[in-house]
Design a protein. Structure first.
Lengths: 688, 350
């Protein structure tokens, strides 16, 4: 950091901290700078509702018509999949898996589909699958078109990028409602929602893939005398094919997860709806059985598409007869035909008999009850500790948390002074050691813990965020941050936003610390790495719903379950990036350090970790993004904050509330994203 | 040179910046003082990638462009093929200005008259050796039978017979560049551009590839523009060479001329590591010595005989008669050779 920026920081932060203290001690909860008065809230919500009403009235016919048109192929595919005997689907999927990556995947797919049959969720699974089958090609086609456009024209790329950012950061639930209002009820809502959610990854990968085709290849195409069209289709596209297929894989996964999420609007009789309604009725055995179906469906689709993306081009030396070139096609056709014929003879292959279904929900429920009874004391203690000693202090502050009822003693004035002195002393000591920014952080956290995040003055917090933005990304980021946070205040959703930030913050903290440790260990110990990797893969392909189930089962509905679910999901990038960062350091530096006589511990703490810090910070960035994504889903099991607002909007059909809260979450996500990226970039720049 | 000119580069400029065209009133790039003009352009915040570059490439000649990175040599070869659009100047292929051609005409010219080899090969990763080599033919719409046959011919020429079905990633760097060479030759081009073709290869392979390249050229007699940053490579293969610095020509000439009469310190710098006895030819010494008298009884040597090979004859006879293409050039005495070598080593000692 340049000298004048440094001195500015040394002046600014003590002033801001002082201002915060002043506001907290002088102000009372009713003051305008602590909580924005309700009568000052700008009527975003109602004007948005009016606008939407007008739009639905004037343009609604168009979207209804579109909906009717789209409903045709969806119901056709649905009918076809239902008509098709299940062994045919199993056989075709197995051959597809085999072609994609070999017999292991074929075996896995077969078992996964058999599970759906045996448990009796076949029709529901096929309903979900039919939506995916229609939405994926559309999403890929649209994404590809936008990607090519963005590749061709710089100006188009300038428009497309922020659009993608918006689509991917506004929680999906928030745009379910406008789709619902425009397109009317029915499976098409799920289709449109999954389209909107699934095409951005394809756009990004298309642009990236086409941009990163080496110049040599393009020039060699030109020198071979390619016309512009030949250059595009025969040189650029094949050379970018790996990236394009990865994009297709990511789009497919997004479509799958969105189809599941969209079932929240109901009436679709698909597997997502099954899980959701079971969770709501607290039927945990049933929800787990259905949840496994979703997880399996997602994994099979992911592995197959990923297999095709990662497959090396055929390795020469093979004869080019029609049989061997299309052998998977032939095998698939034969398998489909054979299974179809068999199913006409054997009725169980036509439709799995109900009495053969294995549905151990009852047994699972009673086992779970027993489990919870046995461990109830432990579970209760864990919840209490987390609640009273971590979550409550952050939310409402030590002032209101420490009572004889919760901590067993009174928060006496002497203790308050002691706490204040301790924070001050720690902060002063770190400052004296030259760690100015750490000292300021300690001061801030001390104040936050004392008063609680939800009771801090919005005014000072917004100013602090602006100052931080200025230091991390210059004037533009500062202005952007002030405007974005100003919107939260003016729209009257600051309190809910702080509740979201609080839950997310704790979850990110836990994920980052625990995940970072696991990542460090995994980078040092090969066995750990090999164990952790498949778990991460599974967590990442798992639709977010499913992650909730086990936590809700054991810890019941509430913030604690939500917290654990968020951590379970957000810990993945923390682990991944830490391990990746530590494993991919320049070898010469490691060798040099080893030659200087570093012990393994010194090597890790003094060489590897500092060098890997930029990558680890990117991991933090991703952790925050994952946590925010999960936050909305976790609101299903009872959290306060913006996630809940989004649901209220969806539940009451109140477009304004839902979309304002959705934008609010997007704002938090984007500010957090820019801050961490700015920080990471500054660190990286300092190294090079 | 007795051969006709194949490709002529006339006052070619390539300027990068916001408004590069403002510096050239006429498109032909002719200016009074090129260096001053380039300096003016630089002062205006533009970048001169190449400035006022002119040279001729004759039929069957290997013309090497030598320069360090950033000297503009890659830009100039791309201007010749119009992969990069020159800001001003003329590029004449068989007397026709390439820069005036429409894009359709240009595609035709590239399909039939030009071949290019790239430093990092530029192979299409999804095609095997056969299909990579046949790719330019496929673009022309030639049927699969003929295209395979013609591709097979050049694949055999570069010694890759038997590897037709391998994919680029299965080949070593040297083999990949053979594919690149075969592909560029598949259309039987008149003019052949090679942009640092061997720079990405390790030294032993590089030497082997240079020999094979010379062998292929022996058979095909193409007109060649060869880019390199390696002075020794340039010496090995060049008929004539051009040294570039900061986008401008420093010197053009045969390797021996450059060594014997470096235009400036920059050129002389390159020659310091060159084993002078391998490069200095009898012809250069005879011309320099300007010695009179035919010396009928002296042993006769060819003009391109290098000093190293001249030594035994000098040791026995004291001086030799040098014969060039057009007859006897003159006499080179041992003293002439020593004087020349002494001058060179003085230059080195500086």
């Amino acid at each position: 950091m340049p000298r004048d920026a440094d001195s500015l920081s040394r002046f600014l932060w003590p002033v801001l901290i002082g201002l915060l203290l002043l506001a907290q001690f002088a102000g009372s909860p009713g003051d305008w700078f602590i909580a924005w008065p309700t009568e000052w809230v700008l009527p975003f919500t109602s004007s948005l509702n009016t606008a939407m009403d007008w739009f639905v009235e004037t343009a609604g016919w168009f979207f209804r018509g579109l909906s009717d048109i789209l409903a045709v192929p969806v119901s056709a595919v649905q009918k076809f999949l239902h008509w098709l005997p299940w062994p045919v689907v199993v056989a075709v999927t197995a051959v597809l898996s085999w072609a994609a990556s070999g017999w292991r995947l074929a075996l896995f797919s077969t078992l996964a589909l058999l599970y759906m049959v045996v448990v009796g969720y076949w029709p529901e699974s096929m309903n979900s699958l039919s939506l995916v089958i229609i939405s994926v090609p559309l999403a890929i086609a649209i994404g590809f078109a936008f990607g090519v456009w963005g590749f061709r024209s710089e100006r188009a790329a300038g428009v497309i990028q922020p659009m993608l950012d918006m689509l991917q950061t506004i929680p999906a639930f928030a745009y379910l409602l406008p789709i619902l209002l425009l397109f009317g009820f029915g499976p098409v809502v799920g289709l449109i929602a999954s389209l909107l959610y699934a095409f951005p990854p394809m756009v990004r990968n298309t642009m990236l893939g086409l941009r990163s085709v080496p110049t040599d290849i393009v020039e060699s195409g030109l020198m071979s005398g390619a016309t512009p069209r030949q250059l595009f289709w025969q040189v650029r596209i094949p050379a970018a094919s790996r990236q394009l297929l990865l994009g297709a894989n990511q789009s497919t996964m997004a479509a799958v997860s969105m189809v599941i999420i969209a079932s929240i609007i109901g009436g679709t009789a698909d597997i997502g709806w099954e899980v959701l309604s079971r969770i709501r009725k607290a039927q945990f055995g049933e929800s787990i059985l259905a949840g496994i179906v979703i997880a399996l469906l997602a994994m099979v689709i992911d592995r197959i598409t990923y297999g095709f993306a990662g497959r090396e081009a055929d390795d020469g030396e093979r004869s080019a007869s029609p049989w061997s070139r299309h052998r998977y096609l032939w095998i698939g056709l034969v398998a489909a035909l054979v299974t179809f014929l068999l199913s006409t003879v054997i009725p169980a292959l036509r439709e799995w008999p109900r009495e053969w279904e294995i549905y151990p929900a009852e047994a699972m429920n009673s086992w779970l009850e027993g489990f919870i009874l046995t461990w109830s004391e432990f579970i209760g203690t864990l919840k209490t500790i987390a609640f009273y000693y971590l979550m409550l202090p952050v939310r409402v502050g030590l002032v209101d948390t420490i009572t004889p009822f919760s901590w067993g003693f009174e928060f006496t004035p002497a203790m308050r002074w002691g706490y204040g002195a301790a924070v001050l002393a720690l902060s002063a000591w770190t400052w004296w050691r030259g760690r100015f920014h750490l000292a300021m952080t300690i001061m801030f956290l001390g104040i936050l813990l004392y008063f609680g995040l939800t009771k801090l003055s919005w005014l000072v917090l917004v100013l602090m965020a602006g100052a931080l933005g200025y230091q991390l990304g210059g004037r533009r980021l500062a202005v952007g941050t002030l405007a974005a946070l100003g919107f939260l205040v003016l729209a009257g959703i600051w309190p809910q936003a702080m509740l979201s930030v609080y839950l997310c913050g704790i979850a990110v903290l836990i994920s980052f610390l625990v995940g970072g440790c696991i990542g460090v260990i995994a980078s040092e110990v090969g066995v750990v790495s090999r164990v952790v990797r498949p778990v991460n893969d599974t967590l990442q392909t798992m639709p977010l719903f499913v992650i909730l189930i086990p936590f809700v089962m054991i810890f019941k509905i509430g913030e604690f379950s939500a917290l654990l679910a968020i951590v379970a999901y957000a810990i993945v990038p923390a682990i991944r990036y830490t391990e990746h960062g530590l494993r991919n350091l320049p070898n010469d530096v490691i060798e040099a350090a080893t030659c200087m006589g570093c012990t393994r511990w010194q090597l890790l703490t003094q060489v590897k970790l500092p060098l890997a810090m930029p990558v680890i910070m990117l991991g933090l960035n991703q952790t925050i993004m994952y946590a925010i994504a999960m936050l909305v889903i976790a609101a299903l099991v009872g959290t306060n904050g913006l996630g809940q607002q989004v649901y209220i909007g969806l539940g009451d059909g109140d477009f304004g509330i839902g979309i304002v809260a959705g934008i609010g979450m997007a704002i938090i996500a984007m500010v957090a994203d820019r801050f961490t990226q700015g920080w990471s970039a500054a660190r990286q720049a300092a190294y090079s | 040179m007795d051969q006709p000119v194949k490709l002529a580069c006339r006052n070619v400029w390539k300027v990068y910046g916001n408004h590069p065209d403002q510096f050239f009133e006429q498109g032909n790039g002719v200016v009074d003082d090129a260096s001053a003009h380039a300096a003016a352009i630089r002062d205006a915040g533009h970048i001169v990638a190449c400035g006022d570059v002119s040279f001729d490439v004759h039929v069957g000649e290997i013309f090497v462009i030598m320069g360090l990175s950033g000297s503009g040599k890659s830009t100039i070869v791309r201007c010749l093929s119009r992969l990069v659009e020159p800001t001003a100047g003329e590029v004449l292929l068989d007397g026709e200005n390439l820069l005036k051609k429409s894009s359709a005409e240009l595609i035709e010219i590239r399909r039939h008259k030009m071949g290019m080899v790239f430093q990092s090969f530029g192979l299409l990763p999804h095609l095997n050796v056969m299909d990579n080599v046949a790719f330019p033919l496929k673009l022309q719409g030639i049927g699969i039978g003929e295209r395979r046959e013609r591709a097979q011919r050049v694949i055999d020429l570069v010694g890759l017979g038997g590897r037709e079905r391998s994919y680029p990633r299965q080949l070593s760097g040297g083999q990949q560049q053979r594919v690149g060479i075969a592909r560029s030759l598949a259309v039987e081009p008149d003019i052949w551009f090679l942009d640092e073709p061997f720079s990405a290869l390790d030294p032993l392979i590089r030497r082997e590839m240079q020999n094979e390249f010379l062998g292929i050229q022996e058979q095909l007699r193409k007109s060649i523009v060869f880019i390199t940053h390696d002075f020794l490579e340039a010496l090995r293969i060049a008929d004539r060479m051009m040294i570039m610095k900061d986008g401008q020509i420093v010197q053009v000439g045969t390797p021996a001329e450059l060594i014997v009469n470096p235009a400036d310190d920059y050129v002389a710098e390159f020659t310091t590591d060159v084993p002078i006895t391998r490069v200095l030819t009898a012809g250069a010494i005879a011309r320099e010595a300007n010695g009179q008298g035919a010396g009928e009884d002296l042993p006769e040597v060819a003009a391109d005989c290098c000093v190293e090979d001249l030594l035994p004859a000098l040791a026995s006879a004291g001086s030799v008669r040098v014969r060039g293409d057009g007859g006897v050039l003159g006499v080179a005495t041992a003293a002439d050779v020593i004087r020349m070598l002494a001058r060179e080593s003085r230059a080195e000692g500086r």
